[in-house]
Design a protein around this ligand. Structure first.
Ligand code: ATP
Ligand code: MG
Length: 383
């Protein structure tokens, strides 16, 4: 009898001919997530299995953060043998209401699921004087999963993970990460759909402090396992913002900054082969997130801009930030480049033609080149 951890996936089952590819991706991502621990990972039909491990709790904690994992159960592994299963179940100690679930994936097992569940229930009742069957609201559910590989897994715990799709092989996304609450959550949400991302942050040193940058590096470290990040690009917007401030209409400052951010992101996507830009914008949250503002930033985007939080309320975003562990860092009170030279009345419905007119007042291309030529690349595996 072996102690194992059973891993289930769900959406991968819908992948038809690509199921093998996605299962392999998940397999490799789990191996990466468990790196440094003792374990063996096996692919049994429609499930993955961890065996030969020591630190069960740590393995479960890490598995819960792997996208594509639907649920996890610590289990014991038996043979598909009626008597062996019955003997094991006879030794279980339970109290109060319970039920037995039998799943017979191995159709050569001679007893039908419901009949076997009833037999096992009888055994449990006999051995546990305080136990009673409760189908609708059981305190304990004993599950018996009889698999095609000749093994049966018995468990009582079902731990849910985030589901979604496994992170892809390549880092296709570029997450625009500020120090705020929203963008780390946006990265998490896109990662849940399998988008592996690296990170781009803009600062405005010395208007923004070194501590503000440190805070974003901390955020990057916190989300890097979720989003599969390796590199963080840091770009200084100082000169550009100074030029906007001196030469352009104040109410357009944020809109111009957003358009500049997207143009820098375009350049990084082209150079490092990212395919999409991710932001934490949510419709109507602030002036720079109205339809007109988003239209103005989209107009300069050369890659699709993904905004997974577009329909989220702030309290929903905060709840997720707390869950993924970024909230406490995000609320540290350091300034962001968006709050530097902040106009008192930012334009709510910017016009593309006006933004272009403002941009024509400065040596835009040279300023953009200055930002791009001075990108700092941080290896998140090496700090
Ligand atoms: P956040 O909480 O993520 O800062 P927010 O609600 O404060 O979002 P904005 O400040 O308007 O909204 O920023 C909108 C989006 O633009 C952010 O979610 C982020 O993706 C991107 N962004 C803003 N500032 C920066 C920055 N300094 N570096 C990188 N991306 C940024
Ligand atoms: Mg912000």
């Amino acid at each position: 009898m072996n102690e194992v951890i059973l891993i289930r996936f769900n959406e991968i089952h819908l992948k038809g001919g690509n199921k093998k590819y996605f299962t392999k991706l998940l397999f490799n991502n789990i191996k990466d997530a468990l790196a440094g621990l003792n374990f063996k990972l096996e692919n049994i039909q429609n499930r993955l299995l961890v065996r030969d491990f020591q630190d069960k709790d740590e393995i479960i904690t890490r598995l819960k953060c792997v996208f594509g994992v639907h649920s996890i159960s610590p289990a014991v592994e038996l043979n598909n043998d009626e008597q062996e299963i019955k003997n094991y179940v006879a030794g279980l100690k339970i109290d109060g209401g319970f039920k037995c679930n039998v799943n017979r994936a191995d159709k050569s097992f001679p007893i039908k699921s419901n009949d076997f569940a009833a037999e096992l229930g009888e055994i449990l009742l006999e051995k546990n004087k305080n136990a009673k069957v409760d189908i609708h609201n059981p305190q304990t559910t004993i599950s018996v999963d009889i698999r095609e590989n000749g093994k049966t897994y018995v468990f009582s715990e079902l731990i849910y993970a985030y589901s979604g799709l496994p992170l892809g092989e390549y880092r296709d996304g570029l997450l625009l990460l500020s120090g705020g609450i929203d963008s780390p959550v946006a990265g998490f949400c896109m990662a849940k759909r399998g988008l592996r991302q690296d990170i781009l942050h803009f600062d405005s040193f010395p208007y923004t402090s070194k501590l503000a940058k440190e805070k974003v590096i901390t955020l990057a470290q916190k989300i890097k396992t979720f989003i599969g990040a390796r590199y963080m690009y840091v770009c200084s917007m100082t000169k550009m913002q100074e030029e906007f401030h001196v030469n352009c209409k104040t109410e357009y400052a944020i809109n111009l900054l957003r358009r500049a951010m997207i143009r820098v992101a375009n350049a990084i996507c082209k150079k490092f082969k990212y395919k999409t830009i991710v932001t934490g914008e949510s419709l109507g949250q602030v002036a720079s997130q109205t339809i007109e503002s988003l239209t103005s930033t989209n107009a300069v985007a050369e890659f699709p801009v993904m905004r997974p939080l577009i329909s989220f309320n702030k309290d929903e975003i905060i709840a997720l930030a707390k869950e993924i562990g970024t909230y406490e860092t995000s609320i540290l009170p350091y300034e962001d480049c968006c709050t530097v030279f902040l106009p008192r009345n930012p334009v709510i419905k910017p016009k593309i033609a006006e933004a272009q007119l403002e941009e024509s007042k400065i040596d835009y291309d040279a300023l953009l080149k200055l930002v791009i030529d001075n990108i700092e690349v941080i290896d998140l595996n090496n700090i």
